[in-house]
Design a protein around this ligand. Structure first.
Ligand SMILES: Nc1ncnc2c1ncn2[C@@H]1O[C@H](COP(=O)(O)OP(=O)(O)OP(=O)(O)O)[C@@H](O)[C@H]1O
Ligand SMILES: [Mg+2]
Length: 211
């Protein structure tokens, strides 16, 4: 079996450094001789993604259940491409994945964690989920919230509680990383975890999420 790439996901509260770190990770992996590419969710370039973009920018209202399914659909529409790349030996670094989707919808009233997980059951299972841990007060010190939907403190607090529930799942390789340190220190730790994961998973089949 040819070595497959690893599926590496970065999660964390707003402004924890997911985008900064996922970009740096891809470039470090490529410099180290790996094939690696960056993905992000929501991926706003598709038809579904454009709708999600206007929803997040508050230009459009979408019913809560319906929009949850659309966020999931936006991941599913990328699955064939993701599988193809992983099979070709390309490591994928993903800036937010199903965990953000579940944490955010289940932070709304009257949504159970279980209901929120169902649409993403069966997605490619990450080989590593890095959770960038940062206290909300420290995140706040990195600048004002933007004006997009969900960018407010009470909502972020509820989402963080949901992330903590998701991290209790031992079937996933969650790694908590202290995101309060310098960009460089955080980067080094994520690189080490990623290199280990790439080595450990190269000859293993890709799993399915929450199954
Ligand atoms: N370790 C760090 N120390 C200090 N500032 C940081 C650190 N990491 C990122 N930042 C800064 O914090 C801000 C948010 O970073 P970034 O956009 O990477 O976070 P994010 O988790 O992707 O946020 P969002 O959830 O809003 O997409 C940026 O201004 C970035 O330069
Ligand atoms: Mg980001």
């Amino acid at each position: 079996m040819a070595a497959r790439g690893a599926l590496i996901v970065l999660e964390g509260v707003d402004r924890a450094g997911k985008t900064t770190q996922s970009r740096r990770l891809v470039s470090a992996l490529c410099s180290a001789g790996h094939r690696a590419e960056l993905l992000r969710f929501p991926e706003r370039s598709t038809e579904i993604g454009k709708l999600l973009g206007s929803y997040l920018e508050k230009k459009k209202e979408v019913e809560d259940h319906s929009v949850h399914l659309l966020f999931s659909a936006n991941r599913w529409e990328h699955v064939p491409l993701m599988k193809e790349k992983l099979q070709q030996g390309i490591t994928l670094v993903v800036d937010r994945y199903a965990f953000s989707g579940v944490a955010f919808t289940s932070a709304k009233e009257n949504f159970s964690l279980d209901w929120c997980k169902q649409p993403d059951v069966g997605l490619p299972k990450p080989d590593l989920v890095v959770f960038l841990h940062l206290h909300l007060a420290e995140a706040a010190a990195r600048g004002e919230f933007g004006h997009e939907r969900y960018e407010n403190r009470p909502f972020q607090e509820r989402a963080l509680q949901r992330f903590q529930q998701l991290m209790g799942d031992p079937s996933l390789n969650w790694q908590m990383v202290d995101a309060s340190r310098s960009i460089e220190d955080v980067h080094k730790e994520i690189c080490k975890l990623s290199e280990e994961t790439i080595r450990a998973t190269a000859q293993t089949p890709l799993g399915t999420l929450w199954q």
